[in-house]
Design a protein. Sequence first.
Length: 232
Amino acid sequence: MMNRTLAELDREWTDIEQRATSVEALRLWGQAEPALAGHPSLGAILKERKSHPAMAPAILAALARLAADDDLAARTLLQALMPGLVTLASTVCSDDPVAIEELVSLAWERIRTYPTNRPGSVAANVLWDVRKRYREHRTIEVPASGPCDIEAINPVPSAEEEVVGRAAVDDVIAAYREGLICGAALRLILRTRVDEVALSVAAAEQQSTARQANCIRWRAERRLRPVLAMVS
């Protein structure tokens, strides 16, 4: 059975390819990026990359240059990198059955902020960055400073928090039942986001520290983001 996130992304991509606006986007891309000129469809760009490997670096570099300001270019680059992300999930992250959700989220974030002057292969660089950040996030028992540091939490709601805040409780519970998040994360999200209990209180209820609880919640909400965004 295909992972829920992968199935949703496949359906989304099929819909995107069929939109008339994609043809106009391709025309504009071709004017700015010669490597993307002359392709009749988004699928043709990805096919060209596979059938002519020598063209792949230029195609992906062109998409990366457009991705910061162009949602469709970013989504096309993500689609091109999906095989690599699936491979990461099944090899390096094989101990985590729901790793693909976080890998996709991290890849999207990297694509939208990719430094276009960075040397080397776009695909290799993005996948390397995603792997590195994923492994950093797995270290939740002894978290370092950053998103898992309770003292460094930004008072402005994160993108993950906003998506979870808009989602129905039933959707969060459904994600738990499908194995997307663990029971501890579900209880933390419901207690702090729905019941509006202080994180320190919710952590104490689970015999945990606020730092550990925040890290568990933050990581779970990253996994929920791509799924709940589809239903919110």
